[in-house]
Design a protein around this ligand. Structure first.
Ligand SMILES: [Ca+2]
Length: 176
């Protein structure tokens, strides 16, 4: 099989997986003629086409099907789970973030009373987030402690957009 994404060759696969139903209809060829595969597509809309490649006599590689798929895209999203004072001049911020365009960690900017204070990655183990957003993996948490001046502080966290998207997302703020 040859797979094309938006007209560009995206991979060669073998149709060799068990498909007893196919074998039952096309007797004499055996049961292993199925395929179930994954290919990378860009964010947004793509057309994915699959061709069966001729072996031996024959005149063409038949197009089996083309399908339009929509891959998630846009601004990052996530949550601030806790903003807590952990000692004099220290605030701990916990949460998670995902950018729908990538499985890579999202960069976070932490602001304290409106002043940029820290640049961290959301890359810690959060299997609950991974379970809720299949395909993005389990490493999208963050848990960071920033130094602040004593007293009550307003801590806000932005998730920075990666790839397509229009804005960095304010995940939330917490008051200590
Ligand atoms: Ca994005």
């Amino acid at each position: 099989m040859h797979v094309y994404v938006d007209g560009r060759f995206a991979g060669e696969r073998l149709a060799s997986r068990p498909r007893g139903d196919v074998g039952a209809v096309h007797r004499g060829y055996g049961p292993d003629h199925g395929f179930d595969t994954t290919v990378d597509v860009p964010a947004g809309r793509s057309t994915v086409c699959v061709y069966a490649i001729n072996a031996g006599p024959g005149t063409a590689n038949p197009l089996l099907r083309c399908t339009v798929v929509q891959s998630p895209t846009g601004n990052p999203f996530g949550s601030i789970d806790a903003v807590t004072s952990t000692g004099p001049g220290q605030v701990r911020v916990q949460g998670w973030a995902i950018d729908p365009d990538t499985v890579a960690p999202v960069r976070m900017h932490v602001y304290v009373d409106g002043v940029f204070t820290a640049d961290v990655e959301a890359s810690t183990w959060r299997p609950d987030v991974g379970a809720a957003f299949a395909g993005y993996g389990n490493n999208h948490g963050f848990d960071t402690t920033v130094a602040v001046a004593p007293g009550g502080r307003l801590v806000c966290v932005f998730a920075l957009n990666a790839g397509p998207g229009t804005a960095n997302t304010l995940l939330g703020c917490g008051q200590t």
